[in-house]
Design a protein around this ligand. Structure first.
Ligand SMILES: *Cc1c(COP(=O)(O)O)cnc(C)c1O
Length: 425
């Protein structure tokens, strides 16, 4: 058969053998960040070989299954409800707490925002919805605003990087459908004053969403380990919904997060039901249609395998790693940690009191040459670390490299000033 020229350039004309295809993929990966050596501060969270083994075996079982219709795959309905139930327990949800699994933090946030908009519309007649976001709230909330036609009122953070509640109180009005706080916020890793934020939301009858994408599988265990954790979960009366990512410090592979609502009535505002289609009755819990059973089953398997004691062990290791990094950074002249984050997120910036100032982006380049990967962020210019169990055993090596790199880049400025948390192509 003669193929059109355009097509001939794309797929191989004849399919390739399995081993050859896999070898080609392996070769492609050679330039990717070496997370398995513990040198990435974020993006991949390594719970250890056993956690990977249980996830990989669950993945094999559920690689092909489809959670679109849990009448066909009742096991996936159970898996969803069990993972949601365990997470609600960790986050001190009342008996009534209800939720769904989603593909990640962004989708959980989109669902929380959509539920708030729908509730505002149906219960308060709001047609020009607004939400109040501290400038530290994750970019996914702005994506939600863009997709769902919601006006954002962005408020500043205080000197300690937590949300300025007075500014938030000044920004709510009769059109406010949602007020957001984070536990912790991503950039500097501090926990917003959730009870105060919930009170601001309550004043106008808006939802309060807590973004615990990062903290959801850390803070409950940090608290059990005796760390001071300010109130942030469903024990705060005015919290309506919480997002928590199993695919971050829950140590499941990518593609799974939990969105929780205080009760089923609130949850109903995020679902879509349609009964006027030739294809039949259609209902979906989140933004997806066909949805892979793989990440859901992996989350179930990893959570069962770890149990409370496993998460306590991984959280202890994570917090030890982060504490040692904070102490190490404080001991190096020219750099400092921004804010008083006490958990697993660290923003490292130049110490303005030291001349010549360290350009942390040049520092990031120097660290990357030695294989250490940080996200670059700002304002202000800083290097972000999501510390986890992945980094266990490499902290001394890292701090030694960090001290050497700071000395080397002093007075040097990187040409590349880009801060890529995420990219397009
Ligand atoms: C990671 C993160 C998100 C977004 O989650 P994705 O899984 O990347 O979509 C939202 N909020 C916070 C605080 C996060 O750390």
């Amino acid at each position: 058969m003669k193929l059109p020229k355009q097509l001939a350039k794309q797929l191989p004309k004849q399919g390739r053998p399995v081993d050859e295809v896999i070898a080609a993929l392996e070769a492609k990966r050679s330039g990717d960040v070496k997370w398995s050596e513990g040198r990435a501060f974020g993006m991949v969270y390594n719970g250890g070989p056993e956690v990977h083994a249980v996830a990989e075996r669950a993945a094999r079982l559920y690689l092909h299954e489809n959670a679109l219709n849990t009448k066909a795959f009742p096991s996936l309905g159970e898996i969803q409800s069990e993972v949601v139930g365990w997470t609600a327990g960790l986050l001190n949800g009342p008996e009534s707490t209800a939720g769904f699994l989603t593909s990640g933090g962004t989708e959980s946030i989109l669902c929380g925002v959509l539920a708030a908009r729908e509730r505002g519309h149906r219960e308060r007649g709001i047609t020009a919805p607004e939400m109040v976001l501290p400038e530290s709230a994750h970019a996914a909330f702005h994506k939600a605003a863009h997709l769902f036609g919601i006006r954002v009122r962005k408020t500043p953070v205080r000197a300690d990087w937590t949300a300025d509640v007075d500014a938030m109180a000044d920004s709510v009005n009769a059109n406010t459908v949602l007020v957001v706080g984070s536990a912790p916020q991503y950039p500097q890793g501090v926990i917003d004053p959730i009870p105060d934020i919930a009170a601001v939301a309550a004043r106008v009858g808006a939802n309060c969403h807590v973004d615990a994408c990062m903290g959801g599988f850390v803070l409950p265990f940090a608290e059990l380990l005796g760390r001071q954790v300010p109130p942030w979960d469903f024990r705060v009366e005015g919290v309506h919904s919480i997002s928590a990512d199993v695919h971050k410090l829950g140590y499941a592979p990518k593609g799974v997060s939990v969105i929780l609502h205080r009760d089923k009535h609130l949850r109903a505002y995020q679902t879509f039901v349609f009964d006027d289609w030739l294809g039949g009755f259609y209902a979906s819990p989140n933004l997806q249609g066909t949805r892979s059973g793989l990440p859901m089953a992996c989350a179930w398997a990893v959570m069962q395998h770890l149990g409370i004691d496993g998460y306590l062990r991984l959280t202890q290791a994570t917090l030890d790693n982060a504490d040692r990094m904070r102490a190490g950074i404080a001991a190096i002249e020219g750099i400092r940690v921004l804010g008083d984050g006490r958990y697993h997120l660290i923003a490292m910036a130049a110490d303005p009191a030291v001349e010549p100032a360290v350009d942390v982006f040049a520092l990031g380049d120097a660290l990357l040459e030695r294989g250490w990967f940080h996200d670059r962020q700002g304002p202000p210019d800083s290097l972000h670390s999501t510390v986890s169990n992945s980094n266990t055993g490499v902290i001394d090596r890292y701090l030694a490299d960090l001290a050497e790199c700071v000395a080397r880049v002093r007075g040097r400025r990187a040409d590349d000033r880009s801060t890529n948390y995420a990219t397009l192509e």
